[in-house]
Design a protein around this ligand. Structure first.
Ligand code: ADP
Length: 503
């Protein structure tokens, strides 16, 4: 049996332990402080002298509404114990959170004559919880906790809201969860979870569909971790997050369908291109061939002047039609990615001289002077044949849309580090500000459809695509009745020999 001194000793030990653990205060019936322990003073920042005789309201923070304190006061003044979390304000006017138990001491009349308050500091816990809640609120994620042994499955209100349920509406069991998983996803999800629990994989995550309250399926990205194991390392509790990825999934599906459709359309376009190439060119080539035969006067064909004129018309119209077919098929081929380039180092002065030779007859006929102005010798990374086609189009346009006795100037300059600019400037009719936005629209001739300047309105579209494919850029500026300037920027090739010679 324990004697009195042992009992005293134990009760003193208990008191000491309690004083070390908790903040303890006592007030009279009015709430005036009559006792505080050391821990209370440390947490509140006040000395015992500063607190004794003061009303407990000295610690009041603005964190709680009046109703909170009214309800607390009502509970304890009616002789009942009050428990809850309170935010207090310290002497330094900083908020701190305590988990409090207020015990009323009842006098002989059966009324509380004093209150003892036990408090535990939970400020850091509260802050951690608050930041976790804020983070979850910001990410929109929900938390679940599964007790593997008991089968309970607890979730946060956000989890239920994600599926359209009110708080507390979902059954907190793993069986209810399993029932909510889409039948097509269940087997794979269970395999991943059990593989993780059996240690066959390091982590658990899966994408699955869960049934919402309205019967629709929500795509969820679910991941979790075992947070508690028994002494034999058997998993006891698993905790995890749910992220609603329905919108992303739907977008992905829509993109996939669009891609499939685009691929089918592309395939159809390729087939169309191959067919058309043959179907259009073959008859046209025979028309041109026979027209040329007629025009040559061979096979004893003697044509009258009118007949010769008509055959010439067949020939020129046929040639025009052939080049139009070429342009259309080329644009279609570029758009469906059917053109591959042979990129090499291209000497610009050589290439431009060749283009000028080609356009000279047309320039002479139109009485347009074509001049070339070279800066440093530049070599660019390009497909020789395609770059020739690009410059041919720009210079031909500069001649076609020029004025009587006008001129075209071709310049090559180092534009920026490792960028060469080829500039074609004309003194022509220019392009109005309004039309400038539509210059690269295929088949748009910007009002020259009915003019005697021939063209199809495809050249610049093809040109721009080809420049893009060579990793270059095509730009222009123009002023009506003054002239236009088109330029192509391309990456230059660094000539190692040049670098050595400059050392
Ligand atoms: P087109 O076969 O009609 O010449 P392009 O695609 O090469 O087709 O050019 C589209 C339109 O841009 C032309 O019809 C013309 O109206 C305008 N354009 C192109 N280059 C010039 C230029 N140098 N000066 C004025 N207008 C131009």
């Amino acid at each position: 049996m324990t004697n009195k001194s042992e009992l005293d000793y134990e009760s003193q030990l208990e008191k000491d332990a309690f004083n070390l653990h908790a903040c303890i205060s006592m007030t009279n019936a009015r709430g005036d402080i009559t006792y505080v322990n050391q821990k209370f003073c440390e947490l509140s920042g006040y000395s015992a002298d500063e607190l004794l005789g003061q009303n407990h309201r000295i610690l009041l923070s603005a964190q709680h509404p009046d109703s909170f304190y009214e309800e607390m006061w009502q509970t304890i003044s009616s002789g009942q114990i009050w428990e809850g979390e309170i935010c207090n304000k310290s002497k330094a006017r900083e908020c701190y959170w305590v988990k409090a138990t207020i015990v009323p001491c009842i006098d002989k009349k059966g009324e509380p004559d004093k209150y003892i308050c036990y408090q535990t500091d939970v400020t850091s816990l509260k802050r951690n919880n608050d930041s976790l809640s804020l983070t979850l609120e910001a990410t929109g994620d929900a938390i679940w906790e599964w007790n593997i042994e008991t089968g309970s499955f607890n979730v946060t209100p956000r989890y239920e809201a994600m599926l359209g349920y009110d708080t507390g509406e979902l059954k907190p069991t793993i069986d209810a969860w399993v029932e909510s998983v889409h039948p097509d996803d269940l087997e794979s999800v269970q395999t991943v979870i059990y593989d993780y629990l059996d240690g066959k994989r390091d982590n658990y995550y899966s994408e699955l569909r869960l049934k919402a309250k309205d019967g629709s399926w929500r795509w969820i990205y679910c991941r979790g971790k075992v947070i508690l194991r028994d002494k034999d390392n058997k998993p006891i509790t698993m905790m995890g997050l749910h992220t609603d990825i329905t919108d992303e999934k739907n977008l992905k599906d829509a993109l996939y369908i669009a891609k499939e459709k685009a691929e089918l359309a592309n395939q159809a376009k390729s087939t169309f291109l191959t067919n058309m190439n043959h179907e259009l060119r073959t008859p046209l080539n025979s028309i041109l061939g026979f027209a040329q035969l007629l025009a040559s006067g061979r096979n004893d064909n003697v044509l009258s002047a009118t007949q010769r004129d008509r055959v010439e018309t067949i020939l020129s119209s046929g040639q025009y039609l052939l080049s139009l077919i070429d342009d259309i098929l080329e644009l279609a081929a570029i758009e469906s990615g059917k053109i591959s380039l042979a990129v090499e180092s291209v000497d610009l002065s050589k290439l431009i001289s060749e283009v000028i030779t080609l356009v000279k007859p047309a320039a002479d006929t139109a009485n347009i002077k074509v001049n070339m102005l070279f800066g440093p010798k530049l070599t660019v990374e390009a497909d020789y044949r395609r770059l020739k086609q690009v410059l041919l189009n720009l210079i031909t346009n500069a001649i076609k849309y020029n004025r009587q006795d006008g001129s075209v100037l071709i310049q090559v300059e180092q534009h920026a580090d490792q960028v060469a600019r080829i500039k074609v400037t004309d003194t022509g009719i220019g392009i109005s500000t309004e039309n400038q936005q539509r210059v690269f629209e295929p088949f748009n001739r910007l009002g020259y459809e009915a003019s005697d300047i021939c063209g199809s309105g495809i050249g610049l579209s093809v040109t721009r695509e080809l420049v893009k494919m060579m990793n270059g850029t095509l730009g222009f500026s123009s002023e009506e009745n003054v002239g236009s300037k088109f330029w192509v920027d391309l990456k230059t090739v660094v000539d190692i020999n040049d670098n050595f010679s400059s050392l």
